[in-house]
Design a protein around this ligand. Structure first.
Ligand code: PMM
Length: 265
């Protein structure tokens, strides 16, 4: 899943793709490099980010989604707003990637259910401005699993078909670096929930910490190691900025596991 942030303030690529022509060129390049889904987002969710209005978000993303669908791309819309999801689905998006996993907008479940779309439910506790103050757990793996299942159950109760649901541990969202590592170490637990799993580690700050403070664009090698790890676990997808490097890492993992899992799964 290639990331296309049409935002001025995302942590890694903020401002790079606000111009629609540049956004489309970048999406084409990601597809050529092996992305099978383009994830279009119009609101930054980096820690501390302020929200944009729904209208603003809609105007940023809908023309891009429409143009990409016309070119034959599979598009997911990265939004917490039902209004934005609805507009993107109306022009052909087929996946709603809701980082709030249904907690931010009470109309999201019905919107996704009505469209029969795939739905990414990410573990989430709070909006970006305050989320890092909620990064407290006794047992991060057990608590994230339990809360994510609550979010899943709410989506199903809201009419979303279980087979449409994709689960995501939500690395970096109300989580410290140590929490992210614990979740990644126990990815098998997420794989065991009976849904497709998506992992979003790309260039995130915990990799910068590991690498002595390296800037986002220098984190693609570390991201590839996690894409390899994720693919060994059999996850459905990784959400990434650097598609070529991740596609290579995944190809290696798939070749290694082509005769069966490397360990009991
Ligand atoms: N991370 C970001 C944005 N959207 N969606 C999902 N499903 N999972 C994630 O981990 C995730 C996401 C933040 O990263 P960005 O600013 O690079 O888009």
């Amino acid at each position: 899943m290639g990331i296309l942030n049409v935002t001025p303030d995302s942590f890694s690529d903020g401002g790079e793709f606000l111009d629609p022509r540049r956004a489309l060129e970048h999406a084409r390049a990601m597809r050529a490099a092996g992305a099978t889904i383009i994830d279009v987002g119009g609101e930054s969710t980096r820690p501390g980010a302020e929200r944009v209005t729904g209208d603003h978000e809609l105007r940023r993303v809908v023309p891009i989604v429409e143009a990409l669908v016309r070119e034959g791309a599979t598009v997911s819309i990265d939004t917490m707003r039902a209004s934005v999801a609805r507009a993107a689905l109306a022009v052909g998006a087929s996946i709603v990637n809701d980082v709030s996993g249904g907690l931010a907008d009470p109309e999201m479940h019905a919107t996704v259910a009505d469209a029969g779309a795939d739905y990414v439910v990410m573990h989430w506790r709070d909006h970006s401005v305050t989320m890092q103050s909620r990064a407290t757990y006794d047992d991060v793996v057990e608590e994230v699993l339990a809360e994510l299942l609550d979010q899943r159950d709410a989506a199903v109760a809201g009419g979303v078909a279980p087979e449409r649901i994709i689960l995501d541990p939500g690395l970096g969202f109300s989580k410290t670096a140590e929490h992210n590592w614990q979740l990644l170490r126990h990815l098998d637990r997420f794989q065991g929930l009976g849904h497709r799993v998506l992992v979003g580690a790309s260039r995130k700050a915990f990799l910068g910490h590991l690498l002595g403070g390296r800037a986002p664009h220098g984190r693609d090698g570390a991201t590839a190691a996690l894409s390899f790890w994720s693919a060994l676990h059999g996850v459905w997808g990784v959400r990434t900025h650097d598609v070529e490097g991740q596609a290579d890492a995944i190809a290696v993992a798939l070749r290694l596991t082509s005769e069966g899992p490397l360990w009991g799964q």
